[in-house]
Design a protein around this ligand. Structure first.
Ligand SMILES: [Zn+2]
Length: 70
């Protein structure tokens, strides 16, 4: 079954999807200065005012999906 899955995934859309999931584009929302910004790590301070923590608006769900793939 495992061998089957790898054969099917190789060269298919799923192969490209996995690459995309490994480098999710994360967005953080600062509630203090109301700005949306790209973040590199999950725990990052606001680039504008230094507020912490930022609300994760994008990227979190991608990570969960990645765990499901494994
Ligand atoms: Zn801020």
């Amino acid at each position: 079954m495992r061998f089957c899955f790898e054969s099917v995934v190789a060269g298919s859309i799923a192969e490209g999807a996995r690459l995309e999931i490994e480098q999710p584009e994360a967005l953080g929302w600062c509630s203090a200065c109301q700005q949306l910004m790209h973040i590199e790590q999950r725990f990052e301070v606001c680039a504008h005012c230094g507020h912490f923590p930022l609300e994760i608006r994008q990227g979190e769900q991608m990570r969960i999906k990645y765990l499901e793939v494994l």
